[in-house]
Design a protein around this ligand. Structure first.
Ligand code: 13P
Ligand code: SF4
Length: 301
């Protein structure tokens, strides 16, 4: 493994490449990241980072976002089959139909979406800034796509806005059951419950805090509590344990795994750098429209 890491580091230097890694990636890949973070942090870094090549260890929509924000760079996704099923749940026709149905509404699109959907949107958001984006948008009526769970959470936090939701969801977070939180809480009554807003409302109602992946990480490191029940993908728990050795991090009963996020291995990162694969390209006309929505997203904390 050490040899492979050395080869990766050599190639990174040779090609002036930077490795961006999402919090859900396997630990081996997290450990060699130049930047490890949530979707918003990594988008901001992609927009500003120096270098000629970005290798994105995450899923396709993240690499596409990086390419749109940094079009002059080569953006590589080590596994082309690392997609996000939720991003593929809505078609452009379905979004256009919603726009027809609610002509006065603005479109807020979760960054977990295709480039075509982003291009038809007024502004994008991530789980870290979704509530802020909606609260500050100059519109009373908002079409929010594609995640109905995140949409319901935003609606609960921004009751003055009228949100029209689409029926998309994340198969990993949607699987967390309220009983799983309650059973784990029975075993660890002092634990603080942290949940990602892609979980269902019945689960969010049991949470002490609802935050993005890096938001949960920051919260856990600052909290006086010693035990945490974490309702999200297991990769984040690995990072939390590593960075908070005195604290205990428990999944909601069973670990939840995103198979797409887990596809990328160290060898895939090496192959990506060695063979310039797989290059992410976004058609110019679509990229120009999506850039507007993404640039606005970056202005919100
Ligand atoms: P974050 O933006 O919180 O990192 O989440 C991304 C994601 O895909 C959650 O499932
Ligand atoms: Fe998509 Fe869910 Fe996997 Fe995140 S955890 S990449 S939303 S499928």
């Amino acid at each position: 493994m050490r040899e492979l890491i050395e080869k990766i580091n050599r190639l990174k230097k040779e090609k002036n490449a930077v490795l961006l890694v999402h919090n859900y990636q396997v630990e081996d890949v997290q450990l060699i990241a130049d930047h490890l973070g949530d979707s918003l942090e990594l988008s901001k870094i992609a927009a500003n980072v120096a270098g000629d090549v970005i290798v994105f260890a995450g899923v396709k929509f993240m690499a596409e976002t990086a390419k749109i924000l940094s079009p002059e760079k080569t953006v590589l996704l080590p596994r082309l089959d690392a997609g996000c099923p939720m991003a593929d749940m809505i078609t452009v026709d379905e979004l256009l139909e919603l726009k027809n149905q609610y002509p006065n509404a603005k479109v807020v699109t979760y960054v977990n979406s295709s480039v075509e959907i982003k291009a038809e949107s007024d502004v994008c958001c991530t789980s870290a800034n979704a509530v802020n984006v909606v609260k500050n948008l100059e519109a009373d009526e908002i079409i929010f796509v594609p995640d109905r769970n995140l949409g319901s959470y935003i609606q609960s936090q921004a009751p003055d806005k009228k949100l029209h939701l689409f029926e998309g969801y994340c198969y990993v977070h949607n699987r967390i059951k309220p009983e799983e939180i309650l059973q784990t809480k029975d075993l660890y009554p002092d634990a603080e419950v942290l949940v990602h807003p892609e979980a269902r409302m019945e689960v969010l109602e049991l949470a002490d805090v609802v935050l993005s992946t890096s938001g949960m990480l920051r919260h856990a490191s600052q909290s006086p509590k010693k035990q945490f029940i974490v309702g999200t993908e297991q990769g984040l728990l690995e990072r939390m344990k590593r960075e908070n050795p005195g604290k205990e991090f428990l999944p909601a009963f069973r670990p939840k795994i995103c198979s797409n996020m887990k596809r990328t291995s160290l060898r895939d990162v090496y192959e990506a750098l060695a063979n310039d694969q797989y290059r992410i390209e976004v058609p110019e006309a679509i990229a120009a429209k999506a850039l507007n929505a993404l640039n606005q997203m970056l202005t919100y904390a």
